[in-house]
Ligand binder design. Sequence first.
Ligand code: PLP
Length: 320
Amino acid sequence: MDAFALSYEDIVAAHKRISGAARRTPVLTSSTADGRAGGALLFKCENFQRMGAFKFRGAFNSLSRFTEEQKAAGVVTFSSGNHAQAVALSARILGIRAVIIMPRDAPAAKVAATEGYGAEIIFYDRYSEDRDALGAKVAAEQGLTLIPPYDHPDVMAGQGTTAKELIEDAGPVDLLLTPLGGGGLLSGCAVATRELCPDCEIYGVEPEAGDDGRRSFHSGRITTIETPQTIADGAQTRSLGRFTFPVIRGLVKDILTVSDAELAQAMRFFAERMKIVVEPTGCLAAAAVFSGRLDLAGRRAGIVVSGGNVDMEKYAALLR
Ligand SMILES: *Cc1c(COP(=O)(O)O)cnc(C)c1O
């Protein structure tokens, strides 16, 4: 365990730091869902988290650990999605300047939400400019600290508080499933779960179109792919991270994949039966159990529902 970038103690410390700022989100159940999956499903609903996704946990934990000097200078990140809003909101709460690097063609709603939290936005052209290089350049020029979306021990520790709360509130689970993009959520949750439920089987679920995680997991080497085309926009990552990958390889049982059609069905189930709005990426883990990928008979499965930020026009179109 010590070979990994994070330990259970890091998650406990992160949990103390974020409590008071992050919400302790509910664990919901549904007998219809249980009937469909053949086991007991415990949904950890991060669509009710502040700014609408678990990313607030990792961002707030990371920024809380800044030195006075780092706080005075500010934070920079690159993201068009939930991590941008998470950093922007955390920075506003902590009184830190935030600079967000976004693609020029990012959805207007996401740009507006990020600006609404008081962040400064720098646009780049995703087809001709390298965002990592731009991030490093802006950080160096302005003395800002770069907090990436997943490949950072403080981010991973914050995301791991999701599984810690789930198990503390709902009791031990036999399986735990989380959505998988770059692996911040899965790696953090895996460390927490291994400590609290040592025999639990842990799975990550990624979109079929972007199965780099599954391939990396089985080959033992980080595989990089082209940006996958999927409705799960929070999991359009090209590879796992150098910190997240070893944790996932060491603690996870397997990586599963689901199709966009299965994601849309799960989204509709959440709306119709459980009355909750879940974004496509947030449905990954649930879609895997609804479509019978695992034998759940007589078992309890923790399912991380990771977020609820979806444009309403797109949501309506997907439900149809
Ligand atoms: C970022 C994100 C994910 C993927 O998380 P990783 O830590 O990159 O694996 C899943 N769901 C939602 C809603 C997200 O915003």
